[in-house]
Design a protein around this ligand. Structure first.
Ligand code: ASP
Ligand code: MG
Length: 511
């Protein structure tokens, strides 16, 4: 039957790429269809990119379940992976029944879901027989999550009268690449744009999973790869905007669940957003920022629960021209003319963030090797265990490193044993990293002093201090138990207009 739809992509208008995360697709699909896509498609050409569905949280989300299934298939004789596949099938079918009213659309969707799950089951059974899952096979397994999710989204949109088309990117890479470099990203961006353009006036619903990348998607890009997929699609189409839809209104001056007076930031630079991502606020996948910013595409974080909200724009305040030279920061007027508002004279840091569950490793040299040998041995040990260090502070004979507890898990004892070769090692647990982030902080003489005296006056003990050379981030390690107090006093005193942030007037003299 040839169906006609009320909503489809208008020709000739600029592209807007909308990325929806797993929890949004899992919980708010009706809203996404009715209040987001149907509204935006009236005035924009849309591309919808989705990740795998999540239920309550990421832990029980589809991708995590698929990873568990892959690991289980490697245990000889274990059949737990079959239960996981059966549960995934059941859950996705239940959504089809619940969400789709049209019999024909639902029937087709159910058949597709069954066929995807059957293939997954055979793939895992084969893996168990040969007792091997290569990183590539693992990628294929997790990719099923995005496929199932996007099939559902496309069908729900059709059911709600939007002419949508499911697009799988699993086979777009048809050349061998050695590594994940800019050449590869440029190639991907073109391929993704091509796949989208094939849809004509249908709204493409694209899998955030994009196939076999050099060194495997999970290891080279890591979790959250859908953000990167959306970004590259936006680049390939020279989209007007990349929208990342979440369940929060945007990026705040502090976590609004912990700091009552936290404010939504209308605009933030990519550097600031990256710092926040590295230090605990899950903003977006870090590779994403670089790709879209190179192409001057603004990223907007929006809330599916509040689609009319302004959201937060991530956009550079000094734009780099096509030949790569930096131009001076755009004036607020130029930004305003382009629909952006930014107070460049902002007299406050931009945001404060906390990363909990941190430990510090202190290594004191036994002075049996010269200083560079001491550092080299420490870093090669960390490299061997794949340990990611968040903060470092050093002297010639001493190194303190703060890192997320989870990145060591069971290896902690081994790492410590290996580090003991170079000196005495002690470990402090139950800590948190507090980071103050702000592009304007470069010009604020005295801000570090204010930050530490504010913490001291609230009785917060500081374990370690670090300020990056970019000066847009000052971080310190504190006791995890005082993290909420610390974030609140810093926010009250340094980020709110009522606060006591009065910097020495020497600042003006230096300018
Ligand atoms: N579903 C994948 C993950 O959980 C990809 C993504 O969400 O971007 O990592
Ligand atoms: Mg994500």
């Amino acid at each position: 039957m040839v169906r006609t739809f009320t909503y489809s992509n208008p020709s000739g208008l600029p592209w807007v790429v909308q990325k929806f995360g797993g929890t949004s697709v899992g919980k708010f699909l009706d809203k996404i269809a009715n209040e987001v896509i149907k509204e935006y498609v009236k005035q924009n050409r849309l591309v919808v990119v989705c990740s795998a569905r999540s239920g309550k949280d990421k832990q029980t989300g589809t991708t995590n379940r698929l990873i568990r299934a892959a690991n289980d298939a490697l245990k000889p004789g274990s059949k737990e992976y079959l239960d996981i596949v059966a549960a995934l099938l059941e859950d996705h079918l239940a959504v089809a029944v619940e969400m789709i009213h049209d019999d024909e659309i639902r029937q087709e969707l159910e058949d597709d879901i069954r066929s995807d799950c059957d293939k997954l089951k055979s793939f895992l059974e084969a893996a168990q027989i040969i007792n091997e899952i290569s990183p590539r096979s693992k990628d294929i397994i997790i990719g099923v999550g995005e496929k199932l999710s996007c099939r559902i989204v496309a069908a729900v949109l059709q059911d709600r009268d939007v002419d949508a088309q499911f697009v799988s990117l699993e086979n777009i890479i048809d050349r061998d690449f050695e590594k994940l470099d800019q050449e590869f990203y440029d190639y991907l961006a073109k391929k993704m744009a091509h796949a989208v353009e094939q849809c004509g006036n249908k709204v493409p619903v694209v899998t955030g999973f994009f196939g076999i990348v050099p060194g495997s998607l999970l290891t080279s890009v890591g979790r959250g790869y859908t953000d990167l997929c959306a970004a590259l699609t936006a680049v390939g189409l020279t989209a007007e905007e990349l929208q990342i839809w979440k369940e929060v209104d945007g990026i705040f001056t502090a976590d609004p669940r912990k700091v009552k007076s936290a404010r939504l930031l209308p605009i933030i630079t990519p550097e600031e957003a990256s710092e926040l991502t590295y230090y605990g606020s899950e903003v977006i996948h870090p590779f994403t920022m670089e790709q879209v910013i190179r192409s001057h595409i603004p990223i907007r974080i929006k809330n599916v629960e509040n689609p009319r909200g302004q959201g937060t724009i991530i956009f550079p305040t000094d734009i780099v021209s096509k030949d790569g030279t930096a131009t001076p920061p755009h004036s607020p007027k130029v930004l305003a003319e382009n629909g952006y508002s930014l107070d460049l004279s902002r007299k406050y840091p931009t945001a404060v963030t906390i990363k909990d569950h941190v430990i510090v490793l202190n290594v004191h040299s036994n002075r049996k090797s010269v200083s560079h040998g001491f550092f080299a041995k420490i870093f090669s040990t960390l490299d061997r265990y794949g340990v990611v260090v968040d903060l470092i502070s050093t002297s010639e004979v001493h190194v303190s490193m703060a890192l997320g507890e989870d990145n060591l898990d069971k290896d902690l004892d081994h790492v410590i044993a290996d580090l003991r070769v170079v000196g005495r090692v002690d470990v402090i647990k139950d800590l948190a990293i507090l980071s103050l982030v702000g592009k304007q902080m470069k010009n604020m003489v005295g801000i570090a002093g204010m930050m530490f005296s504010t913490l001291a006056s609230a009785g917060v003990n500081i374990e370690m201090i670090s300020q990056g050379s970019s000066e847009i981030n000052i971080s310190c390690v504190i006791d995890e138990r005082s993290s909420i107090t610390a974030m609140n006093v810093i926010h009250d005193q340094l980020l709110s207009k009522r606060g006591k942030l009065v910097l020495p007037s020497v600042k003006l003299a230096l300018e």
